[in-house]
Design a protein. Structure first.
Length: 491
């Protein structure tokens, strides 16, 4: 393997952990270093395949990856230029998504779909495919900042999705069980459940709320390619990933080529981010908690946001120091304002009361503020409340959109608000968050009421009529089970 000297590679555990407290689950088996070895389980196929045959082809890759953690895959590219696989991912693209720098839209490309797919497949097969720069746009963040997003051209989206599916068949067998972001069958609420259950039932007294500063813009390209080569020996796959990383960014008419980072918005960017953090963070964390402490440690990571729980403050401080040094080796650093070690857990309130320090601090994770509390029976529970800044940002968006729809028919606006509240309930409808949900609905009704009153100077809307109108809007409700209940079912 040409991935660099042994001394340059991250620490890789050699055997599974058997630690009882904070031990990885069966899904968190540890990986070894790859070795040059061809895979005979794959066979090229240019014939038309059914959806089931497409899945079976990757099943063979998945089984081989699971069987041998050191296996390098030398023949993957034929899965990418398969026309049936490209067609499947074309129809999985968002039809109304923004166009890239070439202006090509989903609808226009689909008018001559088969011809376009055959041409794309041919270019991929003979090496004539060229990646194009991404168009940079900015969207507002809840904290008032701007989040940069890259908009690739349609064919780059299509090929990236196909490559991501092929690589996922390999890396999903390698990724740790405490990694939840951008993975099939896992989502934000699974990560939230893991945090709540881990803090409630494990010996956790301190929590590290960590955030990596500008992670997607700080990914080192050389390390990224080395990590890919750890499992992938097909040079065509590696070469095209390098093309996407080096394609450049077009912003305000200026084309810039970057030596680090992967644009958020690309179809393959989430997978590349997970691969990078798998080698930089996850494997290291798994080894650290097995070798550096005999106390309880829990870990939950969603993309570049992660929570680490410790039994003792000493472990938390040592981990934070070691973590900073670890990330520095790979061009990353923790966000100073968003990374905190705080006292949190079953006994935090009692300890802080004895010292006269007030209530335990809270931390934010995936849109929720986590709070130490107790049930009516006096049992400790982690209460998750809608993050205040997230709610304010959403209400600000609704206010702007209501102004734009001010003179639209009332039933149409009501249907739109109904969909907004349904989506809000679908995400924030967790147990013990009813008060925040009710507050959000009340604020939406107030914004709607004020907008309707401005529609006419002659007729003033009365609150009695508004009471009738608000019946269109769904009431807050709990749509998610208790974390213990759902996590028990999944594991």
């Amino acid at each position: 393997m040409n991935g660099g000297r042994k001394s340059d590679w991250p620490i890789v555990p050699e055997k599974p952990a058997n630690k009882a407290d904070g031990a990885p689950s069966a899904a968190e088996l540890v990986e070894g270093r790859g070795r040059a070895k061809g895979n005979s389980v794959e066979r090229s196929s240019d014939r038309t395949q059914s959806r089931g045959e497409l899945s079976q082809a990757l099943d063979r890759v998945r089984q081989a990856a699971r069987k041998d953690k050191r296996l390098q895959f030398t023949a993957l590219w034929h899965h990418v230029y398969d026309v049936d696989r490209l067609r499947k991912h074309f129809f999985a693209l968002k039809r109304a998504s923004a166009a890239g720098i070439d202006g090509e839209t989903w609808g226009h490309y689909g008018q001559r779909l088969e011809e376009n797919l055959q041409d794309l497949s041919g270019r991929l097969k003979r090496g004539a495919y060229r990646a194009k720069p991404v168009r940079r746009v900015h969207i507002p963040k809840p904290d008032g900042g701007q989040r940069p997003l890259g908009v690739p051209v349609l064919e780059d989206k299509l090929v990236q999705r196909t490559v991501a599916e092929v690589l996922s068949a390999i890396y999903e067998t390698d990724f740790k069980g405490f990694s939840y972001g951008f993975r099939p069958g896992r989502g934000q609420h699974n990560a939230l459940d893991a945090v709540a259950v881990g803090i409630r039932w494990r010996k956790v007294g301190w929590v590290l709320d960590a955030d990596i500063r500008g992670f997607f813009d700080a990914i080192d390209h050389d390390w990224m390619l080395k990590f890919i080569e750890h499992r992938v020996a097909d040079r065509r796959v590696v070469r095209h990933i390098k093309k996407w990383l080096k394609a450049g960014v077009l912003e305000a008419g200026n084309l810039r080529y970057q030596e680090c980072g992967t644009p958020q918005g690309g179809s393959i960017s989430p997978l590349l981010a997970n691969i990078y953090l798998h080698y930089v963070l996850d494997l290291w964390v798994a080894q650290w908690r097995r070798t550096q402490t005999d106390k309880s440690v829990i870990v939950v990571r969603y993309a570049d946001d992660f929570i680490v729980g410790f039994q003792t403050r000493a472990d938390g401080e040592q981990f934070l120091e070691d973590l900073r040094e670890r990330l520095r080796k790979f061009g990353l650093e923790l966000h100073g304002d968003k990374t905190r070690l705080l006292e949190f857990g079953r006994f935090a309130a009692a300890r802080r009361k004895e010292l006269g320090q007030g209530k335990p601090e809270t931390f934010n994770f995936l849109g929720f503020t986590h709070i130490c509390s107790k049930t009516r029976n006096g049992r400790f529970v982690v209460v998750r409340k809608t993050k205040r800044t997230a709610m304010q940002a959403k209400l600000a968006e609704i206010k702007v959109e209501l102004r734009r729809r001010m003179h639209d028919p009332v039933p149409e606006v009501a249907q739109w608000l109904r969909a907004v509240l349904r989506g809000h309930n679908q995400y924030f409808g967790v147990p013990l968050n009813g008060r925040a949900q009710a507050s959000f609905r009340h604020q939406v009704i107030r914004l709607w009421f004020r907008t309707l009153r401005r529609r006419s100077q002659k007729t003033r809307l009365t609150w009695d009529r508004m009471v009738r109108l608000q019946r269109w809007l769904p009431q807050p409700r709990v749509v998610h089970p208790h974390p213990d209940q759902r996590l028990r079912v999944r594991t």
